[in-house]
Design a protein around this ligand. Structure first.
Ligand SMILES: [Fe+2]
Ligand SMILES: [Fe+2]
Length: 186
């Protein structure tokens, strides 16, 4: 599948999980926490892989430069809100407002991605390249999911830096065991 379809599939999933989170307001703190965790598990690997595979390839090109630059910041904001939701262990009504806001800003982020970013990418990459990027995206996500919170944060920072500075920050990202979990023995 081309990268565009892979990304769209995730976008739909995250927005529907956020709808469930708003609706779960009355089901109690356990359902709430489980859903917040599920959203983080979807969103963080999506965002890191999207940055590494799509954004980093477009960030220095016109006309997508400004849109992409802005989008790194929107990832960071969304993740900060989710982190806050995760740390507030009991369901608190003020968080319902925060979730509604997060859903709105992510819907906006996603619609920009699927229009401006996708059309910039379609102008630069062949269908074959877009399919290879889709494959790389699928392979990268589970690896991000295994990374620590600190590792993810460092990668977010590194992705947003100019290319020549990126390597110096990535040195601090803890290594992830590249073997599938099942093949690691004990
Ligand atoms: Fe996305
Ligand atoms: Fe995004």
């Amino acid at each position: 599948m081309m990268i565009y379809e892979e990304l769209k599939k995730d976008h739909k999933k995250v927005l529907s999980l956020l709808d469930q989170l708003v609706a779960s307001e009355k089901s109690g703190p356990d359902t709430w926490s489980a859903l917040v965790q599920q959203i983080r598990d979807e969103l963080v690997p999506h965002a890191r892989s999207e940055e590494a595979i799509l954004y980093n390839a477009l960030r220095d090109l016109e006309p997508s430069k400004d849109t992409v630059g802005h989008a790194y910041g929107e990832h960071a904001q969304a993740e900060a809100v989710l982190r806050g939701l995760q740390l507030s262990d009991a369901l608190d009504l003020k968080w319902v407002g925060a979730v509604k806001q997060l859903r709105e800003s992510l819907a906006h982020h996603i619609s920009e991605e699927e229009t401006k970013v996708f059309s910039a990418a379609r102008a630069v990459f062949s269908d074959q390249e877009a399919a290879a990027m889709g494959e790389a995206f699928v392979q990268m996500k589970p690896r991000v999911r295994e990374q620590s919170f600190a590792g993810n944060t460092m990668e977010l920072i590194a992705n947003a830096l100019p290319a020549r500075l990126r390597a110096s920050v990535l040195r601090f990202v803890p290594e992830v065991d590249p073997r599938p979990a099942a093949g690691r023995g004990a």
